[in-house]
Design a protein around this ligand. Sequence first.
Ligand code: HEM
Length: 159
Amino acid sequence: MDDFFAWLENAAFAEAIRGTTYLYPMLESIHIIGIALLVGPAAAFELRLLGLGQHKLPVTEAAKYLLPISRLGLGIAVITGVVMFVPGASLIADRGSAPWKLGLLLIAGLNILIFHKGTYRSVGDWDLNRTPMPARLAAAVSLASWMGVTVAGRFLAYT
Ligand code: HEM
């Protein structure tokens, strides 16, 4: 893996990122905009799953308007994150917070998969009723894991 990271950070692409004035802070800014688009609507959807507006706002309606914005944010965060990773691959991968960020990202992704392939399939039964426990659990895991990824991301700059 070390060889791969060394190759990555010496590639012309990495050189170009390092050599372009203000590109890195621009990428960081876009990364943060992506995080806001991802975490904001996701948190609103999770609060609905946890019972907020239970008898007024159908879960399917909340999903229809909020989740596409969240997906766009995730796409922006992943693309800018990978581009920022390349020029300092060895150094960043070596930081103590890197496995936390990756692990929490995997948990968040797995949680989405389990929720949409499992619990969400029966949403017709609880669209405006009490949310079942597995959906509440998925919402809690999602809130915690995205917050964790955000904290680990901030730590990535330091340790
Ligand atoms: C594959 C996906 C991702 C990769 C490869 C990635 C990679 C990175 C890298 C390389 C940095 C810069 C660290 C530095 O300045 O040395 C960073 C910063 C950060 N990342 Fe990510 N990231 C990803 C997704 C996410 C997601 C989904 C979140 C939040 C939900 C997130 C939260 C953060 C935060 C809060 C920062 C600090 C930004 C700042 O203070 O400037 N990242 N990330």
